[in-house]
Design a protein around this ligand. Structure first.
Ligand code: AR6
Length: 174
């Protein structure tokens, strides 16, 4: 599997699937979620509502993932995953790792080879980006999958640098 870093906006990614840092409601929000629904148009929300009515009446649990159309986005599918809110008293790393594992599992089911991820939980959900980057990189590397390309799409310099370090491609190989 090739793991690459891009600085930019996940809604512009020409990948088979882009991952949404969603919330349990699947009905939209701010950050990546807001951008995906805004740029992807109403078809995504329509499928999310159907998923709420059928499989996820109680909401999509934290750490799980589910796919919908990508609507008007260049990608073919959106994989919605719910990251854990960061806690300073409880270690929720497993739930964050699960977001990446489950997203890759769903990508395998779809036959998606190129998958773009944002830094799940590193925004509104308050995860320190260095830690979020380490968990993201370690987990995708450790997951058996048919996905050939994982692209981390980082919105700002701080996140980009954190992922560079986690990947070991940063300045001085840190
Ligand atoms: N493309 C790539 N990365 C982005 C973009 C974008 N267009 N916009 C923001 N980021 P967040 P979370 C970065 O808050 O922490 C929503 O309201 C951002 O800088 O999108 O998992 C949901 O509905 C940060 O590094 O997701 C949930 O309620 C990273 O993406 C909640 O926020 C993730 O930030 C989820 O919070």
């Amino acid at each position: 599997m090739r793991v690459t870093l891009v600085r930019g906006d996940i809604t512009e990614q020409d990948a088979d699937a882009v991952v949404n840092a969603a919330n349990s409601s699947l009905l939209g929000g701010g950050g990546v979620d807001g951008a995906i629904h805004r740029r992807g148009g109403p078809a995504i929300l329509r499928e999310c509502r159907e998923l709420r009515a059928s499989r996820y009446g109680g909401g999509l649990p934290t750490g799980q993932a589910v796919a919908t159309t990508a609507g008007d986005l260049p990608a073919r599918w959106v994989i919605h995953t719910v990251g854990p809110v960061h806690s300073s008293t409880e270690d929720r790393s497993d739930l964050l790792a699960s977001c990446y594992r489950e997203s890759l599992r769903v990508a395998d089911e779809l036959g998606a080879a190129v998958v773009a991820f944002p830094a799940v939980s590193a925004g509104v959900y308050g995860w320190p980006v260095g830690d979020a980057a380490r968990i993201a990189v370690e987990t995708v590397r450790a997951t058996a999958t048919k996905v050939t390309d994982v692209r981390f799409v980082l919105f700002n310099e701080e996140a980009y640098t954190a992922f560079e370090r986690a990947l070991g491609t940063g300045e001085n190989g840190r």
